[in-house]
Design a protein around this ligand. Structure first.
Ligand code: ADP
Ligand code: MG
Length: 316
């Protein structure tokens, strides 16, 4: 069966363009369109019950997550999110569920000064699609701007959300790893500030390895990841052994951290800037010539199982 990205390319991306105000279309975290005097970033992501979150996920988390994943894509473009629309498919008119969903959705919307401006409400299996629109400034963060030898950075910790999903059935929703899955933090402020630093950026939704590979491939490069440098949380270390931790950090999606490139010559200045601005980011590798993803453990090339989420080739 063709994978998700083959389908997208064959049926949608390869369509002839129709308008010349589309600066960036299919293939990045969001699109960029020109309006009079400025540009907007536009993205939509759908969350399906039983696919993107377990059926027993609290409604509040479904509300938070459905917005967070879209704010994350807007952040990965370097845009300031401003407006969202919401297409909600509900099995029943369960008002308790809706009240909790809204508590999660609007708390995050208020925190980012984002307004819900429209949508659709229909009956069917639980499905939440959110479209987010953000305003772009002087530069757009794209996946395709990286250069060979740029440093590769990742924000926050990775692997936690996938670990949280594994623990979901047996741990409470207040477990720190489960919380990271249910209530991801979109790196909105960081993304907007990275327009001054990053040559390329992607948000980590499907797994660091596969998402870095997408960034590198869009930039016409390969990449190198230093396993010993991966930022793993203490909570992850307490619950999983080294092999599992690395697997989750490389392949687990859902972290919604930003993975981005900064020229090596700006490394020291970037480190200082992160410290001054209280941004947590870790240098995990570099872009390299070629097209492969090379994994290293303390400078030695190693092989690890790599997966990454594809909706159509994924084994259950
Ligand atoms: P992300 O993980 O950043 O949300 P996706 O992996 O969902 O991105 O999608 C990859 C690219 O393909 C994006 O640019 C997205 O807008 C585009 N895309 C996905 N599905 C479709 C579709 N049905 N029609 C048009 N574009 C699509
Ligand atoms: Mg994305």
């Amino acid at each position: 069966m063709p994978g998700e990205f083959d389908l997208i390319r064959r049926y949608f991306k390869d369509q002839a363009p129709i308008r010349d105000d589309v600066v960036l279309g299919i293939g990045d975290d969001g699109a960029q369109v020109k309006t009079d005097g400025s540009s907007l970033a536009i993205t939509v992501d759908a969350l399906v019950s039983g696919v993107h979150f377990p059926e027993s996920t609290p409604a509040r988390a479904v509300g938070h997550r459905s917005l967070a994943v879209n704010l994350s894509d807007v952040a990965a473009m370097g845009a300031v999110p401003q407006w969202v629309t919401l297409a909600l498919t509900l099995p029943t008119a369960d008002e308790n569920w809706l009240a909790d969903f809204c508590a999660g959705f609007f708390e995050l919307a208020r925190a980012h000064n984002v307004q819900l401006i429209g949508g659709d409400t229909v009956r069917g299996p639980l499905h939440v699609a959110v479209q987010a629109i953000g305003r772009l400034g002087s530069r757009t963060l794209r996946r395709d701007g990286g250069q060979v030898d740029d440093d590769v950075w990742v924000s926050g910790n990775i692997g936690d959300a996938a670990a949280g999903l594994r623990l979901f059935e047996q741990a409470s929703s207040s477990h720190p790893l489960v919380r990271r899955f249910l209530y991801p933090t979109p790196r909105v402020n960081l993304g907007v500030s990275l327009v001054d630093w990053a040559t390329a950026c992607i948000d980590v939704s499907d797994g660091l390895a596969v998402d870095l590979r997408r960034l590198a491939s869009a930039s016409g490069c390969g990449a190198e990841l230093a396993l010993e440098a991966l930022p793993l949380s203490q909570a992850l270390s307490e619950s999983f052994d080294m092999q599992e931790r690395q697997y989750l950090a490389l392949n687990g999606g859902d972290d919604y951290e930003l993975c981005f490139c900064v020229p090596r010559a700006r490394r020291a200045a970037f480190v200082n800037w992160c410290r001054d601005q209280n941004h947590v980011a870790t240098r995990v590798g570099r872009l390299r010539a070629g097209d492969s993803l090379v994994l290293k453990d303390n400078d030695e090339i190693v092989t690890r199982t790599l997966s990454g989420y594809d909706h159509f080739t994924q084994e259950e």
